[in-house]
Design a binder for this molecule. Structure first.
Ligand SMILES: [Zn+2]
Length: 332
């Protein structure tokens, strides 16, 4: 089915995230251990790139002990695909309960709608000292470009600032804090839950403990890893959950659900989403799918809204037009 169809597939109220303490340690958005999108065997990376020697299960001890105890990411094997919500519970598209959603037919994906930032201007800052800030200029530029050329470019969200987090100043009202660590990239929640959260997003610039064989193979692979992972993690930062968490995930996608679920389900399941672990291209190679773009525009504004429909032709109202049939009767 086409993602352009103006119909809606369903609505689900699912797991309220951050509270799944039983899921164990290390929070992330999406995922902890494993959140991220390591290239999976069979996932396509550019033909010129060496396929990574993938082992995307976190190694024992890989996660630092100082991870916040908010981790609602499942441990490997903790949430098998079989535990997904029953797909039969998804309302049919003709369900009366969908009447409200019909007003927003372009929304797709799997957002956790209550985490959508109320303001479209989101400050971004780096948790690092000045020396590290200068030393990481190239990678930080990749991150900024990846976020602004995708989610920001297709919507009205604006990622601003990009300086060092200033903890001596009062926190800004909407701030995403990024920490760079050699661990699995992740976020500690979705959307505005990350507001001013320490290390709310963790990115990796060295890849000594994550996707090492692929990301360290050459400079292009390194840039791919930084950029593509950024696009995925910023999707979480905007409130978007993993596509494979959706209850209508087809049996052909065996990636287990990870991290927070969305709370509303619109449109068809999207294999091309950068938020879908079953995307045959790792992190969608950083390219938003049509559905990703529509979802961003739906929640954060459309910079190019479609023109209003042309007015319908008014009925003739002139005196001559009104009298014409009468005069015709008189004269005939
Ligand atoms: Zn993720």
């Amino acid at each position: 089915m086409t993602r352009h169809k103006k119909w809606l597939a369903g609505l689900l109220a699912l797991c309220i995230t951050g509270l799944l303490a039983s899921c164990g340690g290390g929070g992330d958005d999406s995922n902890q251990p494993n959140i991220n999108p390591e290239p999976k065997p069979g996932q396509l990376t550019p033909a010129s790139d060496a396929q990574p020697n993938v082992n995307y299960e976190p190694k024992p001890g890989q996660l630092p002990d100082n991870q916040p105890n908010i981790n609602y990411e499942p441990k490997p094997g903790q949430l098998p695909a079989d535990n997904r919500p029953n797909v039969n519970s998804v309302p049919k598209i003709d369900s009366p309960s969908l009447s409200l959603m019909a007003a927003t037919p372009d929304i797709r994906g799997y957002p956790l709608t209550w985490t959508i930032w109320p303001n479209r201007n989101i400050s971004v800052c780096w948790e690092m000292d000045g020396g590290t800030f200068n030393a990481t200029q190239a990678d930080r530029a990749l991150v900024q470009n990846a976020a602004t050329s995708t989610w920001q470019a297709v919507s009205l969200v604006r990622f601003e600032g990009w300086g060092i987090c200033d903890d001596s100043a009062p926190p800004l009202p909407q701030t995403l804090r990024i920490s760079v660590q050699d661990v699995n990239p992740h976020t500690k929640g979705l959307g505005k839950n990350l507001n001013n959260y320490p290390a709310g997003m963790v990115l990796n610039f060295t890849f000594g403990n994550f996707s090492t064989s692929y990301c360290q193979a050459n400079s292009q692979n390194h840039a791919n890893c930084v950029s593509w992972i950024t696009v995925h993690e910023f999707g979480h930062a905007l409130g978007f959950a993993h596509e494979q968490n959706r209850p209508d995930t087809p049996p052909s996608c065996q990636e287990p659900a990870q991290g927070s679920n969305g709370d509303e389900l619109f449109g068809p399941w999207d294999i091309d989403s950068v938020m879908n672990y079953c995307n045959p291209n790792w992190n969608g190679r950083g390219k938003l799918s049509q559905v990703d773009m529509e979802m961003a525009r739906s929640f954060y504004g459309n910079p190019n809204p479609p023109p209003p429909p042309p007015p319908t032709a008014p009925a003739p109202t002139t005196t001559a037009a009104f009298l014409s049939p009468i005069l015709s009767l008189v004269l005939d």
